[in-house]
Design a protein around this ligand. Structure first.
Ligand code: DC
Length: 226
């Protein structure tokens, strides 16, 4: 299986907290096609290795890929639920301890190859929305629609805090989160690539519904029967 043999693919890339995964999930639901989140797979590989011996500084790619064999993607509606040794782990994937380690894990080529294989397997089943950092470049360079989502760091921070705290964040909280997001942008910069043929959508002043509508409209322009 390679990226050359896949069905209709919408690739959504962008920096941390740009709303890729939630937007990709809603686009897939609207179109009635599958959605797979590559960032969640990097997080799952990190989680799988976390439960085993050794401090993170000693982790090598081989041991991470070995532990990642315990991960499965189980179809659930239009999404895939991630399980580790048969247990659903979606909640654990966003714990701060995983977020702190995942950039390091995602830089390892064998781990990237493992994630890419899983994404190609998901795409072999039928039309799909995929999201991450390099979906439209390295993984699905022939995707029929490529989107690159951007938003100002302060707005990404505000949205992330609103989701996490369940209330309007204060100025000082937004400043601290903006700083943390900028640091993550630097850590992930090498992996985050915008395809030359991607449609760039700046979501700073858009609602989630507006982003989803735009992508669904573009998808229907590219392929009228989705
Ligand atoms: O989008 P996210 O925060 O869940 O991504 C988790 C980590 O994985 C982050 O460090 C970026 C990295 N990643 C990547 O390198 N390539 C992808 N296609 C998706 C995520």
């Amino acid at each position: 299986m390679s990226h050359a043999d896949h069905h209709f693919v919408i690739a959504i890339d962008g920096p941390a907290a740009s709303g890729k995964s939630s937007t990709a999930k809603l686009v897939a639901e609207r179109l009635g096609i599958h959605h797979a989140d590559s960032g969640a797979l990097y997080r799952a590989a990190t989680l799988a290795r976390t439960g085993r011996s050794g401090v993170p500084e000693s982790w090598n790619a081989g041991s991470i890929v070995h532990e990642a064999r315990r991960i499965a993607l189980v179809r659930s509606g239009t999404s895939f639920e991630i399980t580790l040794s048969g247990k659903p782990v979606s909640e654990e994937l966003h714990e701060p301890a995983i977020t702190a380690l995942v950039s390091m894990v995602a830089k390892m080529e064998p781990v990237r190859a493992w994630v890419n294989d899983r994404m190609w397997e998901c795409a072999a089943d039928g039309p799909i929305v995929v999201d991450g950092r390099d979906m439209g470049t390295a993984v699905f360079p022939k995707a029929q629609l490529k989107i690159f989502l951007i938003a100002k760091a302060e707005e990404r921070a505000r949205r992330r805090l609103l989701q996490r705290l369940g209330r309007m964040p204060m100025e000082a909280e937004i400043d601290a989160e903006t700083h943390a997001l900028r640091q993550r942008d630097v850590k992930d910069a090498e992996q985050t690539r915008q395809a030359d043929d991607a449609v760039v959508i700046d979501t700073t002043h858009l609602t989630q519904d507006e982003q989803v509508d735009r992508i669904v409209d573009l998808a229907r322009q590219v392929k009228s029967d989705v």
